[in-house]
Design a protein around this ligand. Structure first.
Ligand code: 1GP
Length: 238
């Protein structure tokens, strides 16, 4: 199992607040993504997170027709993306912590993080924590509203955020977040050109294999979320 995020090229993001049938979960697992990330924009607590983790880890739900007596564990790493410190549970391979770099609210840059560290410092395993520098670029997305992101900006501003992530903050990940809509490849390619040590993640609106190919050629890592719930198959091979 590769728990080093630097080796991940294709990620599936599952939202604990959204219903997902066993059949669909099994189909998604068969895509062979490099990692599964559990995360969303709220509407769930630690119990929903734990239940989804348990379902994701099993190859077949216990008692399902044709399921092995002892369900086999999934070999794919599973990470939790923390957007609410109250919705955290143990057992994940990695914990991803978003900083919304283009938020107008300091809480989304580091305030919530400071409060969570103050409360949970004794139980945090820092070896499993990785920071993501988010640049939220779809103004209509829930994450943009929640975080007060200044989502409408030109390519030069986005590129400056990418440089800031790499050179000022030394972040491991710069995440171009177009959640819900397919972003312009020219933005991704402009950011690609200025990043070297910070890895570039792209997420947003990938529904087809052609879109997955296009963004995978520009970003280090691509993330698929909504497609899981809409019945699309951007990572499928059949
Ligand atoms: C969401 O970037 C991910 O955080 C993926 O976006 O849901 O639009 O695929 P979609």
């Amino acid at each position: 199992m590769n728990v080093d995020h630097r080796g991940w090229r294709r990620i599936v993001k599952l939202d604990p607040a959204r219903p997902l049938s066993d059949e669909r979960l099994a189909a998604v697992r068969s895509w062979g993504a490099d990692a599964i990330v559990v995360g969303g924009s709220g509407g769930y607590g630690a119990e929903e997170v734990r239940m989804l983790l348990d379902r994701v880890r099993l190859k077949s739900p216990p008692g399902a027709l044709g399921a092995p007596t002892a369900p086999e564990a999934l070999a794919t790493p599973v990470a939790l993306e923390i957007s609410d410190a109250r919705a955290v549970c143990p057992g994940f391979d990695l914990y991803l912590v978003p900083m919304v770099l283009n938020s107008s609210d300091v809480d989304w840059v580091m305030g919530h993080h400071q409060a969570a560290i103050k409360r949970y410092a004794d139980v945090i395993d820092w070896r499993k924590v990785v920071v993501e520098g988010y640049c939220v670029l779809n103004a209509d997305a829930t994450v943009a509203r929640l975080s007060g992101a200044r989502a409408t900006m030109g390519i030069d501003d986005v590129v400056a955020f990418a440089r800031l992530a790499e050179h000022l903050l030394k972040l491991p990940i710069f995440y171009l977040e177009y959640s819900g809509t397919y972003g312009p490849p020219e933005v991704v390619s402009a950011v690609r050109r200025v990043l070297s040590s910070t890895r570039l993640w792209y997420g947003g609106g990938i529904r087809t294999r052609a879109q997955a190919r296009e963004m995978a050629a520009l970003a280090d890592t691509i993330v698929v979320g909504n497609a899981v719930y809409e019945g699309h198959d951007p990572f499928g091979t059949s």
